[in-house]
Design a protein around this ligand. Structure first.
Ligand code: TXA
Ligand code: MG
Length: 350
């Protein structure tokens, strides 16, 4: 299939109504359109059409028991998707929607099981990206969208990444430039008991607790993989966000980390080694492909650049990738969650 690629961004969006109508038609006809959001690019289809959801799974090569997030542009669209709207959801929506927060509700009968991976709950998010919002409005239906990558690969943070993975497999790609946040939304489960974080993201536990009071964290997120605790978000189970090369996280004092990595780099041909670091350390590595994510204290930059860096390592054919650890800070939990999954929990402490 030929994939149409359209550049639509904040600057030209007011002149793109014809194109947005065309994309809305594709969605209502059961087709698939990749679009930018403030977190990562999504692969969208009509959330109420089970055939569209099946096409999403097929295009990504994703197991069909891994549920999709339904994206809406207006609070009025929430009611048809969910069985009930808890008060806490109203408070969270007032504070964080539109934005990088996904909430899990008991689902209504309108949402097909194909979209929820067979679950009786549904994940809903209202993105803030202006192109995402206009696209959802043009479709006139809630948009089911996982990240627009082939299953298992790092999520796409630019249209180039989407094209690499999905060109020829979907109807259209909206190129809205680079995303802002670069990590997938925070997921909070409101379907039973105490609100529980199923996936950490830009909106962290403190920010949520300020609105809701006590928030739990899914025990599977902090358990070691040998404990075999099943995460409540099925997608958190799979090795994920992963580059093709073997990724190792190195944690310790800056000097120890640099000297350990330099030592390891020396053991392989330089063509197949790489380091993901920050501006402070980028000149301290002796060989291999060195990619900086920005200043260490600029967490927003580290988050935004991370997936692109993992993909670049693949492009360079790097087989042994070392990444400095990013514990602490406001986004540390979200960044380390993704890195740990990408590294299959391979961590060296030095
Ligand atoms: O930022 C984001 O959330 C991006 C953009 C496109 O919105 N989307 C995204 O979707 O990351 P995806 O499919 O890559 O990740 C969705 C996660 C998966 O881990 C899935 O298992 C979980 O959400 N999820 C979806 N519905 C769920 C449900 N009803 N119960 C538990 N987990 C659910
Ligand atoms: Mg994903």
């Amino acid at each position: 299939m030929e994939t149409v690629i359209l550049k639509i961004n904040e600057d030209n969006i007011s002149k793109m109504q014809k194109e947005l109508d065309m994309l809305g038609n594709i969605i209502r006809g059961g087709g698939l359109v990749a679009f930018p959001t403030e977190t990562v690019y999504g692969l969208g289809g009509n959330a109420l059409d089970e055939k569209a959801s099946e096409r999403i799974y097929a295009a990504k090569g994703r197991p069909s028991d891994n549920p999709l997030i339904a994206h809406i542009a207006d609070m009025s669209e929430l009611k048809q998707l969910v069985y009930e709207i808890p008060d806490i959801a109203v408070k969270l929506a007032d504070r964080f929607w539109p934005g990088p927060l996904t909430m899990i509700f008991k689902k209504s009968d309108t949402v097909p099981y194909a979209t929820t991976g067979g679950l009786d709950t549904v994940a809903v998010r209202m993105p803030s990206h202006p192109v995402a919002r206009e696209f959802i409005l043009a479709a006139g239906v809630p948009i089911a969208a996982p990240s627009a990558n082939v299953s298992g690969r790092p999520s796409p943070t630019s249209a180039k990444h989407v094209i690499e993975d999905l060109d020829g497999r979907i109807d259209a790609i909206i190129d809205g430039g680079k995303v802002d946040i670069g990590l997938e939304s925070t997921i909070i489960d409101l379907s039973e008991g105490v609100p529980t974080i199923l996936r950490p993201g830009f909106i962290n536990r403190d920010m949520l607790e300020n609105i809701t009071g006590e928030v739990h964290i899914d025990p599977a997120l902090t358990a070691s993989p040998d404990e075999h605790i099943r995460p409540k978000a099925p997608g958190m189970m799979y090795r994920h966000y992963a580059p093709k090369g073997e990724l190792t996280i190195v944690d310790g004092t800056p000097d120890n980390v640099v000297s350990y990595i330099n030592d390891m780099l020396g053991r392989y041909p330089k063509e197949v080694t790489g380091v993901i670091t920050t501006t402070e350390n980028e000149d301290r590595y002796s060989c291999g492909t060195v990619i900086s994510l920005g200043a260490r204290n600029d967490e927003l930059s580290v988050a935004r650049e991370l997936y692109g860096a993992l993909r670049s390592m693949d492009e360079h054919g790097i087989e042994h990738i070392y990444v400095e650890s990013f514990n602490g800070g406001r986004l540390g939990e979200a960044i380390m969650n993704r890195l740990n999954k990408a590294a299959g929990h391979r961590v060296v402490r030095v």
